[in-house]
Ligand binder design. Structure first.
Ligand code: ADP
Ligand code: ZN
Ligand code: ZN
Length: 745
């Protein structure tokens, strides 16, 4: 037989060994070694035992064959990657920058095979006709326990062992005797752990509206014509998008295909799961961070074995290894959590489209406030766009008014509540209707503004707000520009130049002070450390156990509160002054979603947006619930500044133990891009600068950005930088890549 060789990625995550190593395949393993198989190999000078994944098999080798080591064995306990998963991993590595082994681990969330749990059952061994005679004999002998089991087995041929033991109170010895006598058999069977509890499947299917039917028909028709596409469903919350997803998935299942449904983890509520369960029963499952390893493993096995058709979960559910994937649905497509925060920093939207293309599957994106990326691609004709303008249940959109906080200060009102908001709150409390107060604390990143005129201190080069550092300097985290903090506003001369400092706790205190009789619930990162506490607060509010719910952005999602008729946004511009180019988009999304919380029931809702910048286009368009208007202004800004999605941006983060080393490495890396890629027209290198969090866990962070119209040019920059890093002594240093980052570093 001819010798064969395997290319193997060894499980060590280090740039230096991030390439396949060749091994000889021993004769005994010739039939089982294929791409994806997990194996043991001797590695390095000391022949340490390591595991690795075979990525390729060939009959040629570039080395003298006698020098190659042999694969030791196949790792029976480990999970193999399938060919398609290796392809996906390779794409992730190329597209986003990471080592191959890290990419492989991303697509294989569970590495170890786990034993399946077992369950015992009792099976009757005599016919129903023979049974009464047996029961009679037992009764004569006063064997009451035996009678109980046998009578139960008269109607059911099989019974769960636990039920017989506990409910019927029969001792194991009795069951063993009956087994010896040949009346029944105790059987073991292994089963899959199923995180979805049995629920009622009664469903009232709405009669679909024309637009809903139209979308379902077109998506499936394209698919059947061998022309699967990417679709963007733009529809306000409650416009019937989920009904569209259900319809498309139903058609896919009828064609023998499977579906992945991505939902941001925090929005995956019991109600959502219930709707999918009612439609698809035990053929649907979930995968998320609250599952145990065993539960996760079993969902992957069930998907492989064809036991389920639909998996629901956050971004990682994308890698569910279905055999015949037909569609990937991505709800709340604009959500920031769809971008991975660890290497490879992939975006679920792009990755979904890539995975779908490997399967010939369709991708359906849905959102009330689409990301600029998705809407831009739709406007270029790359995605098909559907608009769902109204709510089927006919509830009206709320009335929105904007309050200028500068005026409040002028009138001597220093409360966090404007006069308008306070008036409406008093009214709602009297009427026993509920109130949501929303504070966007994420923007609390140390920006400085004038409380008299609203002027925000900005970088003269980057159009992002400056952050206040503890030493009193104002710093731009894009380019490193610095200036000392001024004593007076450069625009109006007022001395009220300060950072906005108010958290949800202070708001809660203010309510207690100004509305002592109101019952308040608070929801933020501190009060929701577990998923249960999150659900608990929401359901307490839904049960009207409180009048006011105060919280950060997490309250604007999920749950319907029909009795909420007033939503107050306390400081809309907090999120506007984040020092990055997505601030306007994020603010618009948050304000629109917050406004959508008011008036979901029969009563009309009102929204008060308090802001220092009432004229800002994000605020103006959100108040009018005008997505297109916002999009036009925002995309013009991105185009002018050459920010994503019009152009692309690569952030390179250098993490080091010694500050000078990080500084020096980041300078050499920027110099390298500037030199080696200077013939690339339109390529900009911005930085290096100290990151906005310059030191984290005692590690120093430096950052620079590369910008170009074409994504692939940035991939080339990344490849060159990776090659450069492989040649360096990279002790105590780490480099991370982030394409089209969601945040600034
Ligand atoms: P979204 O996903 O856009 O928030 P849903 O699909 O959840 O919207 O629909 C909102 C509500 O309207 C749900 O209670 C749903 O059952 C109902 N609904 C959806 N489509 C229809 C329809 N064609 N007729 C009546 N009710 C509908
Ligand atoms: Zn001012
Ligand atoms: Zn700058």
């Amino acid at each position: 037989m001819k010798e064969r060789y395997a290319d193997i990625i060894v499980d060590i995550s280090h740039e230096k060994v991030d390439r396949p190593f060749q091994y000889k395949i021993p004769l005994t393993l010739m039939d089982v070694i294929a791409p994806g198989v997990r194996v043991h190999v001797p590695f390095g000078r000391s022949n340490q035992d390591k595991v690795g994944y075979v990525v390729d098999v060939s009959e040629k080798t570039d080395y003298p064959a006698e020098k190659l080591k042999e694969i030791t064995s196949v790792d029976e306990k480990g999970i193999s990657a399938e060919g398609r998963q290796i392809q996906i991993a390779y794409w992730l590595k190329r597209q986003y920058g990471s080592t191959m082994i890290t990419a492989l681990k991303t697509v294989l969330p569970v590495k170890q095979k786990l034993k399946r749990p077992e369950k015992k059952k009792i099976v009757r061994c005599v016919s129903a006709e023979e049974l009464p005679a047996v029961i009679r004999i037992c009764r004569q002998k006063h064997q009451v326990a035996k009678v109980r089991v046998l009578e139960a087995l008269f109607t059911e041929e099989e019974l769960p062992y636990e039920l017989v033991r506990q409910k019927l109170n029969v001792a194991p010895a009795t069951l063993q005797t009956l087994e010896k006598q040949g009346y029944l058999r105790i059987e073991r069977e292994s089963y899959y752990r199923n995180p979805v509890r049995q629920m009622s499947r009664e469903e009232d299917r709405p009669c679909l509206h024309e637009i809903q039917t139209h979308i379902i028909d077109e998506v499936t028709a394209d698919y059947q014509a061998g022309n699967p596409g990417t679709y963007l469903v733009h529809g306000v919350t409650g416009s019937g998008k989920t009904e569209v997803y259900l319809g498309i998935i139903e058609r896919m299942i009828a064609m023998g295909k499977q579906a992945i449904v991505l939902i941001p983890e925090i929005a995956l509520t019991y109600q959502t799961l219930l709707r999918f369960y009612k439609r698809f029963g035990n053929r649907v499952s979930v995968i998320n961070s609250t599952l145990s390893m065993g539960e996760k493993y079993d969902q992957i096995e069930r998907a492989k074995a064809g036991e389920i058709d639909v998996i629901i979960g956050p971004r990682s559910a994308l890698f569910t290894p279905f055999a015949n994937l037909g569609v990937i649905v991505m709800d709340e497509e604009h959500e920031g959590s769809y971008k991975s925060e660890s290497s490879p920093k992939y975006h679920a939207r792009e990755t979904a489209i890539q995975i779908a293309s490997l399967y010939g599957a369709s991708v359906v994106l849905g959102s009330a406030t689409p990301s600029l990326e998705a809407y831009y691609r739709a406007s270029l004709g790359q995605y098909k766009l559907y608009e769902m303008k109204s709510r089927p249940k006919g509830s009206v959109l709320p009335r929105v008014c904007t309050v200028d906080l500068r005026e409040e200060l002028k009138q001597g009102n220093r409360s966090v509540f404007s006069r308008k908001l306070r008036g409406l709150m008093e009214e709602r409390l009297r009427e026993k209707e509920q109130i949501i107060l929303f504070l966007n604390r994420r923007g609390y990143a140390g920006f400085v503004s004038c409380r008299a005129c609203g002027h925000v201190m900005k970088c003269p080069h980057c159009d992002v707000s400056l952050s206040e550092h503890r030493n009193g300097q104002l710093v731009c985290h894009y380019c490193g520009y610095e200036e000392p903090k001024k004593m007076k506003c450069p625009s109006c001369g007022s001395k009220y130049l300060m950072g906005f400092k108010a958290g949800t706790e202070q708001i809660e205190e203010a309510i207690h002070r100004e509305f002592p009789e109101a019952r308040v619930l608070r929801m933020d990162a501190d009060t929701t450390r577990t998923k249960e506490s999150y659900e608990k607060i929401l359901s307490a509010f839904a049960d009207e156990k409180a009048d006011i719910l105060v919280g950060t952005q997490m309250i604007v999602k999920g749950h319907d509160f029909p009795n909420v008729t007033l939503v107050g946004v306390l400081a809309a511009d907090l999120s506007l002054n984040q020092n990055d180019y997505r601030a306007g988009e994020r603010t618009f999304q948050l304000l629109t979603q917050a406004a959508g919380r008011a008036g979901r029931g029969d009563k009309p809702g009102e929204v008060v947006i308090q802001t220092y910048q009432p004229e800002h286009y994000s605020v103006v368009h959100a108040a009018k619930q005008d997505y297109e208007g916002f999009y036009e202004e925002e995309i013009a800004y991105r185009d002018f500044m050459q920010y994503p999605p019009v152009a692309h941006m690569l952030a390179v983060l250098i993490i080091s133990q010694i500050q000078e080393q990080g500084q020096s490495l980041s300078e050499r890396m920027t110099a390298l891009v500037n030199k080696e890629m200077k013939d690339r027209r339109g390529l900009h290198v911005i930085g290096p600068a100290e990151a906005s969090i310059g030191k984290l866990n005692d590690l120093y962070r430096h950052v620079f950005y590369v910008r170009h119209e074409e994504y692939q040019v940035l991939v080339e920059a990344k490849d060159r930088l990776e090659a450069f890093c492989r040649e360096q002594e990279m002790k105590n240093q780490m480099v991370q890549f982030d394409f089209d980052p969601m945040t600034t570093y």
